[in-house]
Design a protein. Structure first.
Length: 257
């Protein structure tokens, strides 16, 4: 199980880990007498570490937002291409047009399910059904295109079907495009180092307790937000298939050809 896919797990592990790293810094400080510690030397390093951590968190958050926007755009593109191909299917002979439109409605239902599914078994089943429907739709328009002389009208329907299949591929690629694990490792490593420095340089008991509790909590919330936005399925902030659902309502409406 990849913990990055579960934001709640990220916030728990991060808070505990960073609190322990700060406590480790306190324990290391206690092994030395106060006269042996020159806190001015560590203050600059501590500030630099916290500044670098803030920059990396901001950069990683920007990456997560960019990927979230990409998934939203892909969802809107899928709805547009499916709706457009449904209309273009009317350019085919009546029998093939009815078949393609029926397949498109079933295909649209599978795409809506894809956005709301979390479990891998259901995802595999939906992907299998989607691939089958794509093959059936492409076979139908391919048969029409090959059974008659070159026809620019039929070519429009064929191109539209190609766009439908491509849109699904772009969506899948966008959902697999996540923040690299190396970025997570770097961010967590700097956070651990920074919290250890905070624990090491804390002088008063009150400040020590505050930093050991507050700073890990703040960083854990930041990591949770990044992981939540970057997680397509298990996050609280997810791409809802609003455009696909609206299209499905329109195509399922009574009297729709």
């Amino acid at each position: 199980m990849n913990p990055i896919n579960h934001p709640l797990l990220v916030v728990i592990v991060t808070m505990v880990g960073l609190a322990l790293s700060a406590r480790l810094g306190v324990n290391l400080r206690r092994r030395r007498t106060e006269g042996e510690i020159d806190f001015s030397e560590y203050g600059l390093v501590e500030s630099a570490a916290l500044t670098l951590l803030g920059l990396i968190i901001g950069f990683t958050f920007s990456m997560a937002i960019g990927r979230f926007d990409q998934r939203k755009q892909c969802e809107a593109k899928e709805a547009n291409t499916i709706g457009t191909e449904y209309l273009r299917a009317g350019l085919l002979p009546p029998a093939e047009a009815a078949k393609v439109r029926g397949l498109l409605v079933d295909y649209l239902d599978q795409r809506v399910l894809y956005y709301g599914t979390r479990w891998q078994e259901d995802i595999d089943r939906i992907n299998g059904k989607t691939a089958t429907l794509q093959a059936q739709m492409w076979s139908t328009v391919e048969t029409v295109a090959g059974a008659s002389p070159p026809n620019p009208v039929v070519a429009v329907a064929v191109m539209g079907m190609n766009d439908v299949i491509d849109a699904q591929g772009y969506t899948q690629a966008a959902w697999l495009n996540r923040i690299p694990m190396t970025a997570w490792v770097l961010m967590v490593a700097i956070a651990i180092f920074a919290n250890a420095l905070l624990g090491y340089t804390s002088k008063s008991v009150g400040r020590e307790r505050t930093l050991l509790m507050v700073m890990p909590m703040i960083l854990a919330v930041a990591f949770f937000l990044i992981a939540d936005i970057d997680s397509p399925r298990w996050g609280l902030v997810r791409v809802a298939p609003e455009n696909l659902e609206n299209l499905a309502l329109s195509l399922h409406a009574p009297g729709k050809p």
